[in-house]
Design a protein around this ligand. Sequence first.
Ligand code: ARG
Length: 278
Amino acid sequence: MGIVNPEERTARGRAYLMCPPEHFAVEYAINPWMDTSAPVDVELALKQWQLLRETLVRLGHAVHVLPAEVGLPDMVYAANGAFSVDGTVYGARFRYPERIAEAAAHRTFYLTGDWRFVEPVEINEGEGDFAYVPGAYGGLILAGYGFRTDPAAHAEAQEVLGRPAISLRLVDPRFYHLDVALAALDDNNIVYYPGAFSDASQRVLRQLFPSAVIADEADALAFGLNLVSDGRNVVLNSEASALAAKLRVAGYTPVPVELSELKKGGGSVKCCVAELRP
Ligand code: ARG
């Protein structure tokens, strides 16, 4: 990719849904990052979450807040609760019993708003395993499977949302959701870590997105790919400084935030933020 004039990257106002880590804990381990013997500082988690929320608001975006519920320590990872495209919401159905009740809280949020909510049949973890690239081929869904979301949910999402869904197989348990391995940067482009995907899925990604920003293992381990971009400003984990530099070269403006406590549950920026696409 040639040198891109940063002025070419334009931000688009977004609406997001977040849930405060009031009841955050690591009481069970459903991904390799979760260590139930490591202490969690809920106060610090709340402070870091607040700063993330303020950062998104400062960038001009609307942030809606879903009330946290007792007994749902992973609810802070709001990205997993649903996936919306053009006012239609494909609801989540969590893989692990510990998180199943979160889906109802998200459903209630959408049902009280101006959305068409569709209850899923297949197991899927919302934006954890679904990304949307609105300008690619008229709107493309990228869908991960291998650890959480069932591949059958990709076909279901395509049927519900009326956009082609491209199935991508995740192969590294450290990158158990699509959103820790790949992110949409703007309406047309993505960033991803190839090693998180099967060889065939890597080929598919190269074919569809020849100008993608390519991340390496260190970027992925720093949770750098678990980012939220408005097309220009890329909010990402402060540990991912090398990826921030790559994004700057590609014309984006990295906005680092510290989320060390939320990393203990196996998530970072994107996990905490569901995009609402009315
Ligand atoms: N502890 C949560 C889980 O394993 C973390 C979810 C992270 N969210 C995400 N969108 N990747 O389900």
